[in-house]
Design a protein around this ligand. Structure first.
Ligand code: SF4
Length: 418
């Protein structure tokens, strides 16, 4: 048995970490060095499970931490460190870990993976198993480090080098087809974490993993993850219709595969990428009846302050085109963005009514100052009484979704010091 034969890696299951769990476990289980590593993706993570495994094996617990779940997870990790001492290795990664590595280290984590995790986690787990210091692994920081790397200075991951999910460990998930975004919306942490260079998973790789999932799991449907679905195949600044059609045609031809969801929640499309030609083509292949469009505000001034690089009119055009092409547009709107005045809020609420009148649905959000975003130091979004009343009215009519009440509270928690 190799050194990895007495080590177990447990991924701390959490509803904010489902996608990263599939990708990270997929990366671990396909590394030839780690074939004897026991990987556990528990349906429910518990201290009982930790005690049970730690009693018989060396244990690494992997956390993927988003800013919205950091309070609960950091508290738990701190407790685990206290109860188990140095007998357990705690590894943290994810969006919050990338932006605030020191917060994790001060809560007892041994190692933090900054930036894209697939290769770094593989190398780190291999180092831990073989009791080597992980010095020199790009993106891995430890208690001894005095400064931390920025994701932009780290090697970028090539999606084709890793599976999108974990076939062997049986952890499914969407297929991430595009990573990175060249836009710089100030409320968004994606450009900080995954960089401005757009990378696509190749069609061959997508079809390969999808076919395996169909064979092994009887996968009948899947959805694609992308910061901007209509950017597939290009450099990220404009669509590449031929490559996109090739992708959709090949994927929907996989035998026994039935439904592809593309450009719908949790992915999104930018309004300035929506054209009749693209959506008409998409309609022939995809199963989704909806398309998720990020309009974000009814005020050009707020859009400009947020660095969105499109106008309200482009948003309205995109909604009209989506309707003409037979989709129900689901429109993302953010309330409480920095610099938003009362007049801007009114413009956003008016826009919601207009879009609903046209036949769209609204997906309402409250601005959160996400660490790593350009707006990270801005005050969290707050909804005034009129805004609540209008959103509540639209929700009661069944044309608006989104948990803006919960998000307002989450936004405050994201903004608060640990
Ligand atoms: S909101 Fe979308 S388009 Fe803007 S930076 Fe984030 S991922 Fe890119």
């Amino acid at each position: 048995m190799t050194a990895s034969g007495d080590v177990t890696f447990v991924f701390r299951t959490h509803n904010t970490a489902r996608y990263s769990m599939a990708a990270i476990i997929g990366a671990l289980e396909t590394d030839p060095r780690l074939q004897d590593l026991e990987i556990v993706a528990p349906h429910r993570f518990s201290l009982g499970l930790v005690r049970q495994i730690a009693a018989r094996r060396r244990l690494i617990i992997g956390y993927s931490i988003m800013s919205t779940s950091r309070q609960e997870l950091l508290k738990e990790a701190q407790y685990i460190r206290k109860e188990f001492g140095d007998s357990i290795v705690l590894v943290g990664g994810g969006a919050h870990a990338t932006a605030r590595p020191s917060e994790l280290l001060s809560h007892g984590f041994d190692y933090v993976v900054v930036g894209e995790g697939e290769q770094a986690v593989r190398d780190l787990v291999d180092a831990v198993i073989n009791e080597r210091e992980p010095a020199g692994i790009p993106g891995v920081v430890t208690q001894q480090d005095e400064s931390y790397p920025s994701p932009k200075d780290l090697p970028t991951v090539r999606l084709d080098d890793f599976p999108p999910f974990a076939i062997k460990t049986n952890v499914g998930g969407p297929i991430e087809v595009t990573r990175g975004c060249p836009f710089r919306c100030k409320f968004c942490a994606t450009p900080f974490i995954t960089g401005g260079r757009v990378r696509h998973r190749s069609i061959d790789s997508i079809v390969h993993w999808l076919s395996l999932a169909v064979d092994k799991w009887g996968f009948k449907r899947t959805w694609f993850l992308s910061p901007n679905a209509l950017s597939y195949g290009g450099h990220g600044r404009r669509p590449s219709p031929e490559k996109m059609e090739r992708l959709l045609r090949r994927v929907t031809s996989v035998p026994l595969f039935e439904e592809l969801y593309f450009g719908s929640f949790p992915s999104e499309v930018r309004p300035d990428f929506v054209t009749r030609q693209l959506l008409d083509m998409m309609r022939q292949y995809v199963a989704n009846k909806t398309v998720q469009i990020g309009v974000q505000s009814g005020s050009d001034r707020v859009l400009q302050l947020a660095g969105r690089n499109h106008t309200v009119a482009q948003g309205v055009d995109a909604v009209r085109i989506a309707l003409d092409c037979g989709f129900v547009p689901h429109v993302d709107m953010i309330f409480g963005l920095p610099g938003e005045s009362q007049a801007d809020v009114s413009a956003s609420l008016e826009l919601c009514y207009d879009l609903v009148e046209m036949g769209a649905m609204i997906h309402a959000h409250v601005f959160m100052p996400l660490p790593g975003s350009a707006f990270e130091n801005m005050p969290p979004g707050h909804l005034d009484r009129r805004c609540r009343e209008v959103l509540g009215d639209l929700a009661r009519r069944g044309v608006l979704t989104g948990s803006w009440g919960v998000q307002e509270d989450l936004a405050r928690r994201v903004a608060s010091p640990q």
